[in-house]
Design a protein around this ligand. Sequence first.
Ligand SMILES: [Zn+2]
Length: 208
Amino acid sequence: MFVELLDKLRCPNAHEDSSLIATASRTVDRRIIEGTLGCPVCHAEYAVHNGAVEIGERAPVSMLTADARSHERMMRLGALLGLDERGGLYVLDFISASFIRELAALSPNSQFIALTGRREMEGAGIVIRGRGPALPLAKGCARGIALDMATPALLRSAAQVLSAGGRLVAPADAIVPDGIKMLARDDEQWVGEREAVPVLSAIRRAPR
Ligand SMILES: [Zn+2]
């Protein structure tokens, strides 16, 4: 994982928002290959092994069919995510993450986090091995998230992780979470946009 992206990761346990602290035993360039990420709040530790961060339950990795890897599929995903020259941080589930190299070529200023990978992947800033009820990522850090399998809790956390205007791509049968405005859907997937938090309600919610 890229050291520069460490501040995008969060401890998934239920407590105040907290960044993780890295201890590396092997680094190559600015990437941690072997090491540990520690939470200063609950003292949980997450291993970095083969360049992948182990957070959450080990998830079964589905097989990729040749059909799932076509150029057309890659271009469709890039369009749904709103990938462009501005760049940004994109979070991609297993099938979408197989396109990271091509998507990085389309949008060189973008950075990518892959979910459910086993080891470091070319082009991915962070590979997260495992799956928890929520994404272990900072609120508002991502411009786009594509999920293959989506529980209501995972969808709610994805909405939180997106910045205003960010895109969420999910399976057609997934429930659209609060804060996401549906843009389009077909038999396979829907794409929605993260709504901006109204300024007035943000002020009202602020602690006195
Ligand atoms: Zn913690």
